[in-house]
Design a protein around this ligand. Structure first.
Ligand code: ATP
Ligand code: MG
Length: 790
């Protein structure tokens, strides 16, 4: 048997070691935040492979966010000399996508099916509501979309839904019409990816057996947040009573997706249905200092429905948790900017600082403060790159090259830039398409007159684009599309088009990065699955299936071996990225995200902002105790993200959704141990005292903040920044081929600049350089020529 590399198991405590080396049978790891669940799961995969118990192709591991999946792949490749890219490790959606790419025909999908992101799917629903002549006030597109997604997450097709009232009946009709439309266009939404995969496995015995034989080990992180369909899906790959190793890790205290159908009960169901005889508990926390952990433990102790477990740390108390009260959201943001800057000056990388908030809408004020201060930051969630209008327009053209019957894309760009195609023409076209059951593209000939001629010109443009981009690489395809579609010219003429043109350039960069990073290119079919034998000897494959289902990130067609075009693969990537809280890696930027998106992550310093009644806990949750308990778990997740330093802040007033709100501090403050806290502002002000009341009076007089400027009240309270402890200072790697942080460099295109950051190794090495006039840029060192200047 191959030896286990000495480092692999060395740093595990006895319980972790036991979990990592469990025999291949169902197991449940139930443990609190930061106790090493994810680490155990990853190490187990490495251990199974190193000891020769399993081939890379025999493992499936699933988690919730792209960021978490990538993290898992990175950690694994550090432990193992294999190409982990080809392994079935990813998000639920990512794995479903891969599965359906290989079995599109069996799943009843067109080969190049595209994925609708949430926005697109909502606009498709909206179109249907309109076409059905329904009242949009009564059938709010967003709500109907949630209804459909919720039904799918429950595994339900339109025919499976109990029709109680009229409202439901109509919604089911919309669901059906939406489903028909998706079929016609050859597109799927996120929930559909899961449901299709589930149904195909459920209905196709040989295929199911094939995968069950293939995956000897199935591992799930964050199991507490699985919903009904995800759990059912899992059972298709590894049913109870089978002989596979099923390894589930989770923390009931971190269940935060009940509002989307997550069932914490899946954990006890799992224990029962899989006859788990080993539930391992991990009680040592390796992430946070004592004060942070005590704060988290005290808070979650106020919940009644818990499976019960303890967390301890050997790290010592560390610093107190800092609490800050501000007069306004604006002041809170100002304070935050200064504090984050101080931490950064003290030697902390910006990406090690997270700013967390309960709702997306809260980020705007902080973003503008950060922007004004010139601090790089990245928002996870909110309007992501792939969701910006100009990027979506460009993607729509690309989609139409791949699949002209994609009505959503057709509608988005048929008259953008303008081509004299008006609403009347589009109505005629939509009617014709509906009457014949065909796509808009296919129905163009049915419209006569000037509008019809313009429509025809548009379809000819798309056809010509398709013809002229044959054989080009991805960069060339996008460049050609930007020219021929008129997008570039349009934004050149637009007063505010400069930013948008930059984003379109960024799209080309994203495509190039995709080709190199995702290995989509020459060697797309990396890691043939039979390379390691196990699980894939010919005798081991279900009858009627191809000898090898490839493991490339974008699997070739299972029957013909045909590989998806790089363009189609990139479009898929764009949809999946848009659906997740994922941003481009690289730049050292402050991390802004909702608490939901922070699940599973950790940072040296964490700010939890907007801790006010109605905001966190959220007002929608206050009516029942389940709701408040979920909010408390959310707060527990937030607190336990911090390694060394934690800040909690709240504000007496806040502008939200166009209204000023007057707040009292969150009830959670009353549940935290006073001994762990350090108030940066005088304690016990709160709403009703001092500033806030004054502010409200001013507001009611109709003068608002203006009348208060100069009163000295709109200022941040004085306090001094404590020094950053030595433990937080990270060693900065500044040896990269003679380059040094802080020194000048020369670049052939951008000229002279100052090197700000160096990161990554080998192919992934990158540098951040301030080129003055040309701005601050990130460069891939494998491509960019940077010469040091002495
Ligand atoms: P969460 O519930 O937040 O997802 P988790 O239980 O998955 O947390 P991990 O992220 O795996 O926890 O681990 C938390 C941190 O503790 C990581 O930085 C990890 O590397 C570290 N860690 C885990 N186990 C050990 C150990 N035995 N020795 C040293 N560090 C450890
Ligand atoms: Mg984890």
């Amino acid at each position: 048997q191959p030896a286990v590399s000495p480092g692999l198991l060395k740093n595990l405590n006895p319980e972790q070691l036991a979990a990592v080396t469990l025999p291949a049978k169902p197991a449940l790891i139930l443990a609190g935040a930061g106790s090493g669940k994810t680490r155990v799961l990853t190490t187990r995969i490495a251990w199974l492979m190193q000891t020769g118990q399993i081939a890379p192709a025999g493992v499936m591991a699933v988690t919730f966010t792209n960021k978490a999946a990538k993290e898992m792949l990175t950690r694994l490749s550090a432990m193992l000399p294999v190409n982990v890219r080809g392994m079935w490790i990813g998000t639920f959606h990512g794995l479903c996508n891969r599965f359906l790419r290989a079995h599109w025909k069996l799943a009843g999908l067109p080969q190049g099916f595209q994925i609708l992101d949430t926005q697109d799917s909502q606009s498709a629903v909206k179109r249907i509501i309109k076409a059905m002549n329904l009242d949009e006030e009564r059938f709010v597109p967003k709500q109907v979309s949630w209804f459909i997604a919720g039904a799918k997450d429950d595994g339900k097709r339109p025919g499976d839904i109990d029709i109680g009232d009229d409202q439901t009946r109509k919604q089911v009709e919309i669901y059906q019409a939406y489903q028909d439309q998706c079929e016609r266009e050859g597109v799927v939404d996120f929930a559909e990816l899961m449901l299709r995969t589930y149904e195909l496995l459920r209905d196709n015995g040989p295929l199911r057996e094939h995968y069950q034989r293939r995956f000897r080990h199935v591992l799930v992180d964050e199991f507490q947040d699985t919903n009904r369909l995800q759990y059912a899906w899992l059972k298709m790959f590894a049913p109870p009573g089978g002989d596979q190793g099923v390894f589930a890790v989770g923390d009931d205290d971190q269940s935060i997706y009940a509002f989307r159908g997550a069932l914490v009960g899946n954990m006890s169901d799992f224990e029962r249905q899989y006859r788990v005889d080993t539930v391992i508990k991990l009680e040592q926390n390796y992430r946070s200092f004592g004060n942070i952990l005590d704060t988290a433990n005290a808070l979650i102790g106020h919940n009644s429905r818990r499976l019960g477990k303890n967390l301890r740390t050997e790290a010592g108390p560390g610093e107190p948790v800092r609490v800050f009260e501000s007069n306004s959201d604006f002041a809170e943001a100002q304070w935050l900017v200064e504090e984050a800057q101080a931490l950064h000056r003290g030697g902390l990388n910006r990406k090690e600082i997270a700013v967390l908030y309960r709702s997306n809408a809260q980020s705007r004020v902080m973003e503008s403060a950060l922007f004004n201060a010139g601090i790089p930051y990245r928002v996870y969630g909110g309007l992501r790159f792939f969701e910006r209008a100009e990027v979506k327009h460009a993607l729509s053209y690309l989609r139409l090259i791949e699949n002209p019957n994609d009505d959503t894309s057709f509608l988005r760009v048929v008259n953008f830039p303008t081509r004299g195609i008006g609403a009347r023409t589009m109505e005629l076209l939509a009617d014709a398409a509906r009457a014949s059951g065909r796509s808009l593209y296919q129905s163009v000939a049915a419209v006569s007159g000037k509008g019809g001629a313009n429509l025809l010109a548009f379809t000819q443009l798309i056809d010509a684009l398709r013809a002229s981009t044959q054989g080009l690489n991805l960069r060339e395809i996008i460049e050609q599309m930007l020219q021929s579609s008129g997008l570039t010219d349009f934004y050149k003429l637009d007063k505010e088009g400069a930013d948008r043109l930059e984003n379109l350039d960024e799209l080309i960069n994203a495509a190039e990065a995709f080709v190199t990073q995702e290995g989509f290119g020459k060697d797309a079919v990396a890691l043939p699955v039979d390379e390691h034998g196990e699980g894939f000897s010919p005798g081991n494959i279900a009858p009627g299936l191809p000898a090898a289902v490839s493991d490339a990130p974008f699997s070739p067609d299972a029957e013909t071996g045909e590989i998806m075009s790089p363009l189609a693969a990139f479009l898929t990537h764009a949809s999946l990225e848009a659906g997740d809280n994922q941003a481009q890696a690289g730049q050292d930027a402050l991390q802004l995200m909702t608490v939901h998106s922070a699940k599973g992550l950790e940072f040296d310093a964490v700010f939890i902002t907007g801790l006010e009644e109605g905001l966190f806990p959220h007002e929608n949750s206050l009516s029942d105790s389940d709701g408040v308990e979920e909010e408390r778990r959310l707060m527990y997740v937030a607190i336990t993200r911090a390694r060394q330093r934690l800040y909690l802040s709240f504000s007496q007033t806040r502008m939200l959704h166009g209204q000023t709100r007057y707040n009292v501090k969150s009830r959670f403050f009353d549940e935290l141990p006073e001994a762990c806290l350090k108030w940066l502002t005088p304690r016990n002000q709160g709403f009703g005292s001092g500033f806030a009341r004054e502010y409200q009076n001013a507001w009611e007089r109709g003068s608002g903040l203006k009348s208060m400027v100069g009163t000295g009240r709109v200022e941040r309270p004085a306090f001094t920044n404590p020094p950053v402890p030595q433990a937080m200072l990270k060693k900065v790697d500044n040896e990269h081929g003679g380059l040094r942080v802080g020194k000048s460099v020369f670049h052939t295109k951008f000229g002279e600049g100052v090197l700000l950051t160096l990161e990554g190794k080998g192919q992934d090495a990158r540098a951040q350089v301030n080129f003055g006039r040309h701005g601050v840029k990130w460069l891939a060192l494998s491509v960019a020529k940077l010469t040091p200047i002495d």
